[in-house]
Write a protein that binds this ligand. Structure first.
Ligand SMILES: Nc1ncnc2c1ncn2[C@@H]1O[C@H](COP(=O)(O)OP(=O)(O)OP(=O)(O)O)[C@@H](O)[C@H]1O
Ligand SMILES: [Mg+2]
Length: 358
């Protein structure tokens, strides 16, 4: 029996729906469950052939467990090694090199010294920074945002140097990026699964959070959608993520990729809506089953330098199953009343069982 395990945090809808979907496929010898993790001995294999990871970015214990499991051949969606190494500024640089439109972006040093360091730790840094040059490259309006973040935390829109310095003063010890603001007409958030399948969702960042995924979007130039799909695949194949969302802000018909390190993307039915939810559940279920069938117990190829060259043929990229994207903020716990009872019941039964085991 090959087991597929799901590791998750506060979310309540996607993990049980995924388990239910995989098990309803009745693939001989393949079974899915919400994963249980107890004692973790070094180099000991995990019972799971495949693990879908939704939360290790917030729980280092799980990240370390997943790396240890990978050592014995468990296929992890997404690659815990690459996810640990990746950051959004690197992503922008890579996207730019690959010919995807990226707004001019600069890396900005921590305003305050990281814990345990002093100015003596940062003596390599030019002082003052060449702010005029930075502002003329990026332009205004601009977005000051963490080089590795999510959930709109510490994201500031700034219209002038004064507003920039004011926001920068609030950014504590975070490493930040400053990126040109896109005056967008269309905005898309795209699920990309298995480095093959793209689902483009119209998104309105200005709407209240439960209405951001636009239900009846206005028609869009098919050429723009074609380019969005192509750019999604270019980026996710280069990064090797098997599950990711790529966000585009489009100005004058050009889709600018502004956020594509979301290896545990929001997949809560209450925010993405039923149609998008069904798509992502089905796609990830099929991907996990495909990976389980490919599982041999051999340690997968976890290097990524070939991906980064951006010229890896599809088949080769697919074979290198190890790489994965980053998760977005943990979706809010779903309202019980609006959830399909069976899924919640299954999840809470598993959780209770786990709790009673101590
Ligand atoms: N360069 C930009 N041009 C225009 N708008 C931007 C830009 N960068 C960020 N934004 C706005 O700020 C929002 C949050 O930015 P971003 O997606 O980079 O942060 P995040 O913390 O990853 O958010 P989330 O987790 O919701 O994806 C975007 O949805 C968009 O509305
Ligand atoms: Mg985003």
């Amino acid at each position: 029996m090959k087991k597929i395990g799901i590791i998750f945090g506060m979310e309540t809808t996607f993990p049980p729906a995924l388990v239910e979907k995989i098990n309803s496929m009745r693939e001989p010898g393949i079974q899915a469950e919400l994963a249980t993790i107890g004692e973790v001995r070094m180099a000991e294999p995990s019972p799971y052939a495949v693990i879908v990871d939704r939360i290790s970015h917030d729980i280092p214990f799980y990240r370390a467990y997943l790396k240890n499991a990978a050592l014995s051949g468990t296929i992890v969606i997404n690659n815990p090694f690459w996810w640990s190494a990746d950051d959004k500024f690197f992503n922008f640089a890579l996207g730019h090199k690959l010919g995807v439109a990226i707004p001019p972006t600069v890396l900005i040093p921590h305003k305050e010294h990281p814990p345990g360091t002093t100015e003596r730790s940062m003596r390599n840094l030019q002082y003052p920074m060449p702010w005029d040059s930075i502002f003329s490259y990026v332009g205004f309006p601009a977005f000051l945002k963490p080089f590795d973040g999510g959930g709109w935390r510490d994201v500031y829109k700034v219209n002038s140097p004064e507003e920039f310095f004011n926001a920068y003063d609030q950014s504590r010890d975070l490493c930040m990026t400053l990126q040109r603001g896109v005056k967008f007409k269309e905005y898309f958030r795209c699920y990309v699964v298995g480095q093959e399948n793209v689902h483009i969702m119209h998104y309105d960042p200005a709407a209240p959070s439960h209405e951001r995924y636009v239900k009846n979007p206005p028609p869009v130039d098919p050429k723009l959608l074609e380019r969005v799909e192509r750019d999604c695949l270019t980026l996710c194949r280069a990064l090797g993520y098997d599950l990711n969302t790529v966000e585009f802000a489009c100005e004058d018909g050009i889709p600018y990729a502004i956020d594509f390190m979301n290896p545990a993307p929001d997949a809560d039915v209450n925010s993405v809506g039923q149609e998008n939810f069904d798509w992502i559940v089905n796609q990830v279920a099929e991907l996990a089953v495909r990976k389980a069938k490919q599982h041999t117990g051999e340690v997968p190829e976890y290097r990524w330098s070939a991906f980064l060259r951006g010229a890896v043929p599809k088949s080769q990229a697919a074979a290198k199953n190890a790489v994965a994207p980053k998760a977005e903020k943990a979706p809010e716990p779903a309202a019980e009343s609006s959830k399909p009872g069976t899924m919640l019941d299954a999840a809470s039964k598993q959780l209770r069982k786990r709790a009673s085991k101590g």
